[in-house]
Design a binder for this molecule. Structure first.
Ligand SMILES: Nc1ncnc2c1ncn2[C@@H]1O[C@H](COP(=O)(O)OP(=O)(O)OP(=O)(O)O)[C@@H](O)[C@H]1O
Ligand SMILES: [Mg+2]
Length: 200
């Protein structure tokens, strides 16, 4: 890592970033990488959210979960759409990821068929389960929020206005969002469901 005497912040140029697909003729700052990620995600947003997505485009199957992650991050990271092999502080054990994601796909199909919950609660539960599993090395938050939005639009609601500055740790809304996810961990979905009703 260059500039080792200076604290690393978003404007610090980084070298040797494993998995980065951007041209190697320069070093990138975290800010620059965010911009590339945001451009990639904008393309995925066009693909899935410019009109209500069909079941064919967005089938909520096990395989498609990773297609979506790759659509969002595949221009920037070579691990996009590939399950992590390492343990993280958030998420289940890496070896359990396929089993749990298959179970989530099955549950979504069941919830849809039986109308177990209303669409906001279903979107909230998809979002929460996806982020609890945390299948990928990074981008799990943005991917799970995209899943919720695709589900909402596919089922007649507008997408949630996430204000992707949720990325930023300084966003006061982020605390509320993280707290709502934590309540959902203990089975209380109320706040997370409410967040999914704040649509465009
Ligand atoms: N205690 C927690 N602290 C932070 N994030 C949490 C926590 N619990 C669950 N999460 C989820 O994990 C996500 C962060 O995971 P990851 O870094 O893989 O995703 P990301 O898309 O890069 O993040 P971001 O939310 O910053 O866009 C958060 O967005 C949130 O959905
Ligand atoms: Mg992240």
């Amino acid at each position: 890592m260059k500039n080792s005497t200076k604290p690393i912040d978003d404007a610090t140029p980084l070298d040797d970033i494993p998995g980065l697909k951007l041209p190697l003729n320069k070093v990138y700052t975290i800010q620059e990488i965010y911009v590339h990620e945001a451009n990639n995600i904008a393309l995925a947003t066009l693909k899935y959210l410019s009109a209500p997505p069909s079941k064919k485009l967005a089938p909520f199957t096990y395989e498609w979960f990773s297609t979506l992650h790759k659509d969002m991050f595949g221009d920037v990271w070579n691990w996009a759409g590939k399950f992590r092999q390492v343990e993280l502080s958030i998420g289940i054990k890496a070896y359990q990821i396929p089993t749990f994601l298959k179970e989530l796909a099955d549950d979504i199909a069941y919830w849809d068929e039986n109308q177990t919950f209303d669409i906001y609660e279903t979107a909230a539960r998809i979002h929460h389960r996806a982020v609890q599993i945390h299948p990928y090395q990074n981008g799990n938050g943005r991917w799970s929020r995209m899943l919720a939005n695709i589900y909402l639009l596919q089922h007649g609601s507008m997408p949630v206005k996430w204000q992707e500055d949720l990325l930023s740790k300084e966003n006061p809304k982020r605390d509320k969002y993280i707290q709502a996810l934590k309540s959902a961990d203990s089975g209380d979905y109320f706040n997370l469901i409410e967040i999914h009703k704040i649509t465009y």
